[in-house]
Ligand binder design. Structure first.
Ligand code: SAM
Length: 215
């Protein structure tokens, strides 16, 4: 996600360690203490400006959510949105980290579900390892999800979707749901992401799958 350089973003992030957790490796195995409850934990890798994860957290107060994003200039928008809420969003935290390190931040089974939304497609073959549905990332997700844990994925990019269907199937995961046009009959539970709104407004189909690790 492109965003203007915001020199003030790092300072705002640093002044809100209660929302953008600065030392996630210290919280490994202790996320229930961070949230102060034993609710399930769902995370989104590549959360962007946070529209999806914030919407999910507000719609599902009995699920804890963590949005993971690489860039200050992007995640700061999610932080600003949380700060605008009169009572904050108690079941949401943000991490400004690389998703490839998630196994350093979460124990096996500590994450109950993982969301990927409109992940960067990295169309060149030599960059395939950077795709968040590459086998090397699936290994990481398996390391933090429980047995039978689920990955839910949405994208507008047909080639990335086809690649991901293959990568996920070859990994041995079970495809539970596949939609080639989510908005044809949009489920009432669907929470749109920034990119989803942009591409669906242009009339592009949105692809979605739910995949489960199997034992
Ligand atoms: N999920 C949002 C949406 O659907 O509107 C944003 C989509 S945007 C195309 C992809 C986002 O993933 C970018 O903000 C990018 O910085 C982030 N991202 C890409 N690779 C990442 C990684 N390895 N770890 C964390 N964030 C990543």
């Amino acid at each position: 996600m492109r965003s203007r350089f915001k020199p003030w973003a790092a300072d705002l992030i640093d002044t809100h360690p209660e929302i953008v957790i600065p030392d996630p490796e210290q919280k490994k195995g202790k996320w229930q203490e961070v949230f102060g409850n034993k609710h399930p934990l769902h995370i989104e890798a590549g959360t962007g400006k946070g529209r999806f994860i914030i919407g999910m957290a507000k719609a599902n107060p009995h699920i804890n959510y963590i949005g993971i994003e690489l860039f200050d200039s992007v995640i700061v928008t999610a932080l600003e949105t949380v700060l605008e809420e009169e009572h904050g969003i108690p079941n949401l935290r943000l991490l400004k980290v690389n998703a490839k390190k998630i196994a350093e931040y979460f124990d096996k089974g500590e994450v109950d579900r993982l969301y990927l939304n409109f992940s960067d497609p990295w169309p060149k073959k030599r960059h395939a390892k950077r795709r968040l549905t590459h086998e090397s990332f699936l290994e990481l997700y398996e390391a933090v999800l429980p047995e039978n844990g689920e990955v839910h994925f949405k994208t507008d990019n047909r080639k990335l979707f086809e690649y991901s269907l293959t990568s996920i199937s070859e990994y041995g995961m079970l495809l539970k749901e596949v939609s080639l046009d989510l908005h044809d009959n949009e489920p009432e539970w669907n929470i749109m992401t920034e990119y989803e709104e942009k591409f669906s407004k242009k009339g592009q189909p949105i692809y979605r799958m739910e995949a489960q690790f199997s034992v």
